[in-house]
Design a protein around this ligand. Structure first.
Ligand SMILES: Nc1ncnc2c1ncn2[C@@H]1O[C@H](COP(=O)(O)OP(=O)(O)OP(=O)(O)O)[C@@H](O)[C@H]1O
Ligand SMILES: O=C(O)C1=C[C@@H](O)[C@@H](O)[C@H](O)C1
Ligand SMILES: [Mg+2]
Length: 164
């Protein structure tokens, strides 16, 4: 088995909730890539986006390289990690990749979906286009796909079963 587990999926699909539970069950250290970026730069994701999406994505790629060198981690990725092949080439070397798929209807139930997500702040319904644009990439990079439209506890158990 690879050293790390990487969770990918749309904003609000359950990466943090599922990742924290999974990290405890599997005795891995939990790391959130957006938090890592904010700590490294001393800036909020929204501030980094003010300099343009490319500016943010370059920092995200730099952090993906750094994190790919770590061991025994449960990594919760930013929703857009799959947009650059380079990110996934690095991360897939050391991580088993799990795509958490949640329907847009359920994603929209998350409170304040646009609040800390620059790509959705003007219109939460932009999530339909993001989902359609990205679904193929999430599936392409995933070693395992799980559905998170029921109880998230079931999703954690399904991942534990599939990963062994
Ligand atoms: N299966 C589920 N049933 C009910 N609520 C859920 C489920 N999965 C996730 N949620 C809720 O959706 C919201 C987003 O979940 P979470 O923060 O874990 O997602 P995320 O992918 O980490 O989001 P982000 O893009 O902000 O990092 C939370 O309020 C969480 O409780
Ligand atoms: O889906 C995305 O492109 C993003 C999701 C967030 O996790 C952050 O990484 C940022 O807001 C970009
Ligand atoms: Mg999260």
């Amino acid at each position: 088995m690879k050293k790390n587990i990487l969770l990918i999926g749309m904003p609000g699909c359950g990466k943090s909730s599922i990742g924290k539970a999974l990290s405890k069950s599997m005795d891995l250290k939990y790391i959130d890539m957006d938090d890592y970026i904010e700590k490294k730069t001393g800036k909020a994701i929204s501030e980094l986006f003010e300099k343009g999406e490319d500016y943010f994505r370059d920092i995200e790629t730099e952090c993906a390289k750094e994190i790919s060198n770590m061991e025994n981690m449960l990594i919760s990725a930013g929703g857009g990690i799959i947009l650059r092949k380079e990110n996934m080439d690095f991360l897939k070397k050391t991580s088993t990749v799990i795509f958490i798929n949640r329907s847009v209807k359920n994603l929209l139930k998350s409170k304040n979906l646009g609040a800390n997500r620059p790509l959705l702040k003007d219109n939460e319904n932009h999530i339909y286009k993001l989902y359609n644009d990205r679904i193929g990439l999430y599936k392409k990079y995933a070693d395992i796909e799980v559905d998170n439209n029921g109880y998230f506890k079931n999703c954690v158990e399904e991942i534990m079963r599939k990963i062994r």
